[in-house]
Ligand binder design. Structure first.
Ligand code: UD1
Length: 427
């Protein structure tokens, strides 16, 4: 157990490298195990405990997976044998459910625990399960597990009720080795879905239309491993942009795809931030004080829900009142912690009304979920005095070298190990 200590008030300055996209990596590492020929060598894989968890799950299922000295991840799927995913591992992360698509495609059999609730509300997997049935699997839900079986998945025309990222990814993985053609209607259009499609096609799959709401997958009999480099993490990039913005900083982000951040950039510009693009770099220059901006989260290309919390944090110190509407998840629990730092935020159902205050003050706060952790850190960077962030392991799930990167930009941030309370000695 550890906590992050941040002494706020220093403008961030300098340049920082953005890591590979966690959400792409989670999908692509699983998809790599579809291959029964050769091995995949994956570059730009971000270090974080979510990626470590998906690797452990695959290893437990029999996949050979290891890092070389250049931190490239090697995946060999030939040895995939086991069709039961371990609850101990799967319970840590919802994206573990991608293993179901893999197992059905490769072994025609999957027993995967259903993900439980999480800190950003109930997150069911009913669309995934319905999709597997439509692909011809016999599915039962028993003892907290999804148990599915088929001789070989068969292509189908599937309408996804909401443009769900996870469902689109899971069904793309499953349908790649199915017999015949699958069409996913109302598919998610996120860059991570496109990244997965490019990777799958490199392996020999036939996926067309990724990035639009209709994806067509012509199933093939076999896939082979390839070398591939994951796209940059747009959410990490957006988080550092907001950290620069709230501290009155001047930061260059390296290794970004500006196009993936189109709407967040527009919103930051509305708030008075100057954003300049040059190739794969983005320079973010903050005004003395931000202006309030209204935001509504939407599926891509709309404003990402994963930046809602960091954006609200930045708006806490803006001039005026911002109205932020969250349409994807139930993601406002963290505002109680921001209030403890002096923020003026009211929430009504899925809307937060943020009145900018002249100053935030450091406080001990508890991280409730990954992006809440980023939001609290952003607020702390601009707050007066010292903030202690508890639950920092949650940040480690999805941000590589979080405090080291912030420190390289001049932030006063460090990690402190917490000693666990001594056990009582019973006599
Ligand atoms: C992914 C991202 C997450 C991001 C989210 C939305 C990963 C690992 N995680 O999560 O960072 O915030 O997309 O961009 O890539 N839903 C159902 N039933 C289902 C599936 C989804 O009702 O079977 C609902 C969800 O509760 C949510 C909405 O659909 O309200 C969208 O969720 P989805 O896009 O599936 O999010 P994830 O894939 O879980």
């Amino acid at each position: 157990m550890s906590r992050l200590i941040i002494e706020g008030g220093k403008p961030l300055r300098g340049s920082v490298d953005i890591s590979g996209a966690k959400n792409s990596a989670l999908a692509i590492v699983v998809a790599a195990a579809l291959a029964t020929e050769g091995e995949s060598v994956l570059d730009n894989i971000p270090q974080g405990s979510d990626v470590a968890t998906i690797c452990q799950i695959l290893e437990d299922l029999g996949v050979e997976i290891w890092y070389d000295e250049d931190r490239r991840l090697h995946v060999r799927g030939q040895t995939l044998r086991k069709h039961q995913a371990s609850y101990e591992l799967v319970r840590k992360m919802r994206a573990s459910f991608y293993s179901a698509g893999l197992l059905l495609a490769r072994l025609g059999k999957a027993e995967v625990p259903l993900p439980g609730g999480c800190a950003i509300g109930s997150r069911p997997v009913d669309f995934h399960i319905k999709g597997f049935s439509q692909l011809g699997a016999d599915v039962v839900i028993e003892h907290g597990y999804m148990k599915a079986e088929t001789t070989r998945l068969k292509g189908a025309h599937i309408y996804i009720n909401r443009a769900s990222v996870g469902t689109t990814i899971n069904l793309m993985i499953a349908a790649s080795l199915a017999e015949g053609t699958t069409v996913l209607e109302n598919a998610a259009k996120e860059p991570e879905v496109v990244d997965l499609a490019i990777f799958l096609n490199g392996m020999g799959a036939k996926v067309r239309g990724a990035g639009t709401d209709s994806i067509r997958i012509d199933g093939v009999d076999q896939l082979r491993g390839i070398e591939y480099s994951i796209i940059p993490d747009r959410i990490e990039a957006g988080t550092f942009m907001l950290a620069a913005a709230i501290t009155g900083g001047d930061v260059v982000l390296r290794n970004v795809v500006a196009e993936h951040l189109r709407v967040p950039i527009v919103k930051m510009e509305e708030a008075g931030v100057t954003v300049t693009r040059s190739g794969t770099e983005l320079r973010v220059v903050a005004p003395e004080r931000l202006r309030s901006v209204d935001v509504e989260t939407l599926p891509y290309p709309g404003f990402p829900t994963d930046l809602q919390q960091p954006f609200v944090a930045a708006m806490c110190l803006a001039d005026g009142t911002s109205v932020v509407r969250e349409t994807i998840f139930d993601r406002f629990r963290y505002v109680d912690e921001l209030r403890r730092m002096g923020a003026d935020i009211k929430t009504e159902q899925n809307t937060a009304i943020v009145r900018g205050v002249p100053q935030l003050t450091g406080a001990p706060v508890e991280i409730t979920d990954l992006r809440a952790g980023a939001a609290l850190a952003i607020a702390a960077l601009a707050a007066q005095g010292r903030t202690e962030l508890y639950g920092v392991e949650i940040i480690d799930r999805g941000y590589e070298l979080f405090e080291a990167k912030l420190r390289s930009l001049g932030a006063n941030i460090y990690r402190e190990q917490l000693t666990s309370p001594k056990e009582l000695v019973t006599r």
